[in-house]
Ligand binder design. Structure first.
Ligand SMILES: CC(C)(COP(=O)(O)OP(=O)(O)OC[C@H]1O[C@@H](n2cnc3c(N)ncnc32)[C@H](O)[C@@H]1OP(=O)(O)O)[C@@H](O)C(=O)NCCC(=O)NCCS
Length: 329
């Protein structure tokens, strides 16, 4: 594996490049080289603005929030603070400190990272700013497989950076309606998570997500209500719900089969009737989708799950029925 981005495409873990389409690797090579050497400093010209690039830390929450509001994302300031605490990234600010653009990476394990929180203020889009910050974040996470949830506006940029589509993420949301509790499995019990369940929850999540993300899970556990689904003494699934955006988000939700996922989701939906709920899923299941829609959580939008490197998400066994949020996967 080479760490010199000029010598080849951006480095990936052993064996990952072989799982990428050759054209995507070629696009990545071109993308990584696009930056003119004189722009390698922390200053850049964006339209009439001279912008400086700064690392994102907790002091930047308000500015990052301004950016996400400018593109109508629903995040509240605490949602942004949670992300900032979990990742590393950059924000471009003009000379009087106004935010112009941002990009972040959320590494987990030592060979994987999610990318997200990519925003350029609408007036300054399509001028190369997002691409430049993305290049910087990708370079910093060289040697890892990468994944992101691409909006329609972002798709072209990520494709030109070498990302390749994996599947669709459906963003379900709405005001929760009373539903009939779905049929369950004999012996399946739902109960609040206890400290002794942590290892099982981490293992389910690592399988489904494709990487161990204990630090991210710890942060989510600290702000979420958590249920586990147990059968015959084994934890077969878990689900979290927390405040997010306009209401609450159900996720992560990991289960081995639709029936277990439906039970977990139903428990939270029934407990929040009349409230705004959201669930982002990558599972292509008519049953799961019909159930969510019947519960008032229709499909509001879709984004594309994209990878640079190996496909890491599980295709069998425990699967991710609900994302923590699009930027975290
Ligand atoms: C996606 C986004 C961050 C890109 O930032 P940017 O500063 O415009 O990026 P760049 O100027 O480097 O543009 C990269 C490419 O995207 C294209 N692009 C930029 N904005 C676009 C838009 N609104 N619609 C369609 N394409 C767009 C550019 O033409 C460019 O393509 P090219 O290199 O083939 O010419 C920005 O459009 C944005 O903030 N969108 C709203 C929020 C969002 O969807 N974020 C992505 C989350 S995954």
């Amino acid at each position: 594996m080479s760490l010199d981005p000029d010598a080849s495409e951006l480095a990936l873990p052993e064996g990952s490049a072989a799982e990428m389409p050759a054209e995507a690797l070629a696009r990545n090579r071109a993308f990584m080289r696009r930056e003119a050497p004189k722009l390698a400093s922390d200053w850049m010209q964006v339209d009439i603005y001279k912008a400086r690039i700064e690392a994102i830390d907790l002091a930047m929450v308000e500015r990052l929030h301004e950016l996400t509001v400018s593109v109508f994302w629903p995040h509240r300031a605490p949602d942004i603070a949670l992300m900032v605490g979990l990742g590393k990234g950059y924000i471009a600010l003009d000379e009087i400190g106004r935010p112009l653009s941002s990009a972040m990476g959320f590494p987990s394990a030592d060979d994987f990272t999610m990318l997200g929180m990519m925003v350029t203020t609408p007036r300054l889009q399509a001028q190369g700013t997002g691409g430049r910050l993305l290049r910087r974040v990708m370079r910093e996470h060289a040697g890892r497989d990468m994944r992101l949830s691409a909006t329609r506006e972002g798709y072209r940029l990520y494709e030109s950076a070498g990302f390749t589509p994996v599947g669709l993420v459906s963003q379900h949301q709405g005001v929760a309606r009373r539903i009939r509790r779905p049929d369950t499995l004999p012996g399946l019990v739902l109960r609040p998570m206890e400290p002794g369940d942590l290892e099982a929850v981490q293992a389910l999540d690592a399988h489904a997500y494709g990487a161990t993300r204990d630090r991210i899970l710890d942060a989510l556990l600290a702000v979420s209500e958590v249920l586990v689904a147990e059968r015959g003494g084994a934890v077969e699934g878990y689900a979290m719900i927390r405040n997010f955006g306009k209401g609450r988000v159900i996720g992560p939700l990991v289960a081995e089969q639709d029936t277990v996922a439906l039970q977990l989701a139903a428990e939270f939906i029934l407990a929040h009737e009349g409230q705004f709920l959201r669930l982002d899923t990558i599972i292509d299941s008519d049953g799961f989708e019909a159930f969510l829609s019947a519960a008032g959580l229709g499909v509001y939008d879709t984004v594309t799950d994209m990878r640079y490197g190996r496909r890491r998400r599980a295709l069998s066994g425990p699967l991710t029925y609900g994302l923590a949020m699009q930027s975290l996967g």
